[in-house]
Design a protein around this ligand. Structure first.
Ligand SMILES: [Zn+2]
Ligand SMILES: [Zn+2]
Length: 170
């Protein structure tokens, strides 16, 4: 990947030769490609909803509360609203807003039902469902919350910190 075109950056321009526009063009394409590779893509199961994250999410956690379990999205990542770029299908995202005492709603694709976390949130930072992200992340699950509500059929198999309810600072 980091082939020829990157070498150009370090090479000294020869004043006797006109610049090689093809090489410069290929360098630009190469850099744009690297930018695209860093982008994290997300989508729903039917692919009507597509988005990208311009930066790696800050944190990954897993919630074992009955509500997260019902909507089928227990593992989530926190993203900044400014890092979320809509590609397609925002109009297909529905918001399920449960009454008191629940403050935060849950989003899903109206067509296929894929859980999308709080992707329509107006907050600066919010959790989205990790299941909606395509490809790998440089993140690991950092904690388990609401472990008190976890059913016995689900075994926690990592060493991440566990909290009975909301995470508390240690
Ligand atoms: Zn869908
Ligand atoms: Zn939960």
């Amino acid at each position: 990947m980091a082939g020829q075109s990157v070498m150009l950056v370090g090479s000294r321009p020869n004043p006797c030769k006109p610049p090689n526009v093809h090489a410069l063009f290929s360098l630009r394409i190469h850099l744009e490609q690297r930018e695209a590779d860093r982008m994290i893509k997300g989508s729903c199961c039917c692919r009507a909803v597509k988005f990208e994250l311009l930066a790696e999410p800050s944190m990954m956690g897993t919630c074992h509360c009955s509500r997260c379990r019902k909507v089928g999205a227990s593992t989530f990542v926190f993203v900044k609203r400014n890092d979320l770029k809509w590609i397609d299908g925002k109009e297909h995202v529905a918001l399920f807003q449960q009454g008191s005492p629940y403050k935060y709603g849950r989003c899903f694709c109206k067509i296929c039902g894929t859980s999308l976390g709080e992707i329509l949130s107006e907050e600066d930072s919010f959790p989205i469902a990790a299941n909606a992200l395509d490809g790998e992340l440089a993140l690991e699950n950092r904690f388990h919350e609401f472990v008190a509500e976890k059913p016995a059929w689900y075994a926690i198999c990592d060493d991440a910190k566990q909290f009975e309810g909301h995470p508390t600072p240690s």
